[in-house]
Design a protein around this ligand. Structure first.
Ligand SMILES: *Cc1c(COP(=O)(O)O)cnc(C)c1O
Length: 364
């Protein structure tokens, strides 16, 4: 059977290995497995969410509220924007999909950082758009601008802080960059880890309201999968001009967010204290990774997120190292697929990190 030719060039996204797979493959008990591969919040979500979703189970027979009024109101209050500026996706992943389909086709170019979130490229391939990458590993906005002038891309993705490297763009520099971009190019600011970055360094903080107030051709993306501890609920959002949101809505399948997920995200957003505490604890624990890198003489990229990227030395091999850790029940992300001899480790709880240091010291 023949399928769409564009699919021939797409490599299926490889998600961080789930705990279930390690149980099956290596026969390790779930309690002995530590997953630090997908940048989830190791402390989970607010206890208030657990209480709230219990009540929702009773209304499972009914379709969700497709206007998503409760979550939209919560988001609009949180970010000081209007409901018409918001679209909600099954993860911000789905919003990325809407953006690419809405804006690009097989004649288009999409400009991204050399090392960045893999889904930009995969969705670009869906529509046959050409990916243009920078050379620099860190977002270098001068290089972005040169490539923008040369290629006139339909979309520019700025991932700040960036996954999988953890570095972040200075907010002022970003605004100055976007000012120079023509209105026909849509600039996507992916802030999946912004809650962490703005806590560590206010100069990295990008508020969606400021962005959309100044620019019509920008969309900001956020997610409940990271700091809010709701990776399993699949909720993300895009904030942009009402014009852009209207176009994206044409691509949205009805009822794309379940009743349970809508409730969980709405309640999670109210419990600011919980998220704050998780972020403070995460940066506290991150110091131990910096010490570990120091002792092991590894480079560590300064991180504005809840993960660290440990760059291995010559003679050390990241995929072998990640595999050895996996066999002992420690799941981390090998970055060799990104052309880096490095692993990405989510900063876990104190106990999870203890286990990482113990195994890593033995196996590196
Ligand atoms: C995790 C992540 C997302 C998307 O997460 P969802 O679970 O789909 O909301 C988007 N961008 C980056 C950079 C991420 O790390």
């Amino acid at each position: 059977m023949k399928f769409n030719k564009l699919l021939e060039n797409i490599k299926t996204y490889e998600a961080g290995k789930p705990i279930e797979l390690v149980v099956r493959e290596f026969g390790i008990e779930p309690k002995d497995i530590v997953k630090l591969a997908s940048n989830e919040n190791p402390y989970g979500c607010s206890p208030k969410v657990k209480e709230a979703v219990g009540d929702i189970i009773a209304s499972m027979a009914l379709y969700p509220d497709d206007s998503m009024i409760k979550l939209k109101n919560a988001l609009s209050a949180n970010f000081n924007v209007k409901d018409e500026n918001i679209i909600i996706g099954s993860g911000s992943d789905q919003v990325i999909e809407f953006i690419v389909h809405a804006k690009a086709n097989s004649q288009s170019k999409i400009l991204i950082n050399s090392v960045t979130f893999a889904m930009y490229q995969i969705y670009a391939a869906h529509v046959g758009a050409e990916i243009v990458r920078t050379q620099s590993q860190k977002h270098d906005l001068d290089e972005f601008y040169e490539l923008y002038k040369e290629h006139k891309p339909e979309i520019i993705f700025l991932c700040t802080p960036n996954n999988p490297t953890g570095d972040a763009i200075d907010a002022k520099e970003m605004f100055n960059f976007i000012k120079k971009i023509d209105n026909d190019t849509l600039v996507v600011v992916d802030g999946a880890y912004m809650e962490y970055a703005q806590k560590k360094d206010i100069s990295k903080k990008v508020a969606p309201k400021d962005l959309i107030q100044e620019f019509e051709n920008v969309i900001y993306l956020g997610t409940f999968s990271k700091a809010y501890g709701l990776g399993g609920m699949r909720v993300g959002y895009g904030i942009s001009s009402s014009k852009t949101i209207k176009e994206l809505y044409k691509l949205r399948p009805p009822f794309n967010i379940t009743t349970l997920s809508l409730e969980a995200a709405s309640v999670a957003l109210e419990d600011k204290e919980f998220v704050e505490k998780c972020i403070v604890d995460s940066f506290e624990q991150m110091k131990r990774y910096e010490e570990f890198a120091n002792v092991q003489k590894l480079d560590i990229i300064e991180s504005y997120t809840n993960f660290v990227t440990l760059c291995l030395n010559e003679g050390q091999n990241s995929s072998q190292f990640a595999n050895k850790l996996l066999k002992r029940g420690m799941i981390v992300r090998d970055l060799s697929g990104y052309g880096m001899n490095a692993i990405r480790v989510t900063v876990g709880t104190k106990e999870q990190n203890d286990r990482f240091f113990e195994l890593a010291t033995e196996l590196i």
